[in-house]
Ligand binder design. Structure first.
Ligand code: ACO
Length: 331
């Protein structure tokens, strides 16, 4: 049976490191509050003029070179983000232009922190049906330009970071390897619990002075609700990934949860009964990079030599929408 394998991975984060202490010059917060509530010690921010497509391009060049491939070998781009470079067109086409591969189809996926898993689900279906053979799957996010850096926005501003991760996916007929399953979910009843209100095509004008003055241009979140749902939905979807494939938590080599908050990851780990070496977290260094967080972490795991052929990798995510899901991969 044809399955989807990860041919290579890569990531890029901007050079600028922003420590927790830096936030104290803009808002009422502290390194201690941020570290104890979230686990984050620093994150990266883009330089002025650097966008998500720029970061994705750097990450894609790394993955292409590791795979011994050229951009022209790609036959599809799937670009996952909640922070597109422009309102329209999607950011995938800007990445495609940088890669110099006109004509190659580009799909933009707007499923926030679960974007990479939604994108993987689509890529997996396309590869298994033979529609595409070399898909560049991207999660890239620029949060730093869209945060309220005053005390009003402190609950969100300290959480997020910029970065991009990619995977090149293709078919394998090596029995038993590759993507075993993906499960994706959404519940729009909670859309406003983690939400950015403006600009909005549902209002005239889409963007006005009132949006700027009221802070509607910045994301807002009911953190406790998000925390509660995230720490329930992620373990649930991991259990589903395991039971679908007749596996149990002890079979997991590495679980890569979306990096939302270290406390959430620790709850997921506890609920699944995983040892420390069975889960990977890097939110301490990058903050929450939303669609970028899973592919960045996956690449770090791969580069650290933690995955051997045949190992079981589980990905899980939860994000705004709400959206959530999981993927099981036999490496
Ligand atoms: N620095 C200092 N104090 C702060 C900060 C900050 N950066 N942010 C909030 N506070 C204050 C609040 O104003 C509040 O003050 P008050 O008691 O005087 O009103 C106090 O700290 C406690 O606030 P809570 O919101 O109750 O703090 P909580 O313990 O819930 O932690 C946090 C907040 C860390 C945001 C938590 O709710 C959380 O992690 N939620 C999940 C967030 C998340 O993961 N979001 C992204 C997931 S989905 C996605 O990735 C898109």
């Amino acid at each position: 049976m044809l399955r989807t394998e990860f041919i290579s991975t890569g990531f890029y984060v901007p050079e600028r490191v922003v420590t927790n202490d830096e936030f104290t010059q803009w808002m009422d917060t502290s390194d201690e509050w941020i570290r104890t509530r979230t686990g984050i010690t620093e994150r990266r921010w883009v330089a002025n003029g650097q966008g998500g497509a720029d970061m994705a391009h750097e990450a894609a060049l790394v993955a292409l070179s590791r795979a011994g491939l050229q951009p022209r070998d790609l036959d599809c781009v799937i670009y996952c983000t909640l922070s597109p470079d422009y309102f329209f067109p999607g950011t995938g086409v800007f990445l495609q232009r940088k890669l110099g591969i006109p004509g190659v189809p580009c799909l933009d996926v707007r499923n926030q922190c679960t974007g990479f898993i939604y994108g993987l689900s689509v890529a997996d279906a396309w590869i298994r049906t033979g529609q595409f053979k070399r898909i560049l799957l991207v999660g890239s996010e620029v949060h730093s330009t869209g945060m309220d850096l005053t005390t009003r926005g402190r609950d969100l501003a300290v959480l997020f970071g910029d970065g991009a991760g990619v995977a090149i996916l293709g078919p394998t007929s090596d029995d038993g390897r590759g993507v075993l399953s993906t499960h994706i979910f959404a519940d729009g009843r909670h859309a406003e619990l983690l939400f950015c209100d403006a600009p909005s095509s549902a209002r005239r004008p889409r963007l006005g002075q009132e949006d700027l003055d009221s802070g509607r241009i910045y994301p807002r979140m009911q953190g406790k609700e998000v925390f509660k749902h995230a720490s329930t939905r992620m373990p649930e979807s991991v259990q589903l990934a395991l039971s679908t494939n007749g596996l149990s938590a002890s079979d997991i080599k590495v679980l890569i949860p979306h990096q939302a908050n270290l406390r959430i990851s620790e709850m997921v780990q506890r609920q699944l009964g995983l040892r420390d070496d069975q889960i990977y977290n890097n939110i301490q260094r990058y903050g929450n990079t939303t669609a970028g967080s899973i592919p960045i972490a996956l690449d770090e795991v791969v580069q650290a030599g933690r995955l051997a052929r045949g190992d079981l990798v589980i990905l899980t995510a939860f994000g705004s929408g709400f959206t959530w899901g999981s993927a099981a991969i036999r490496w």
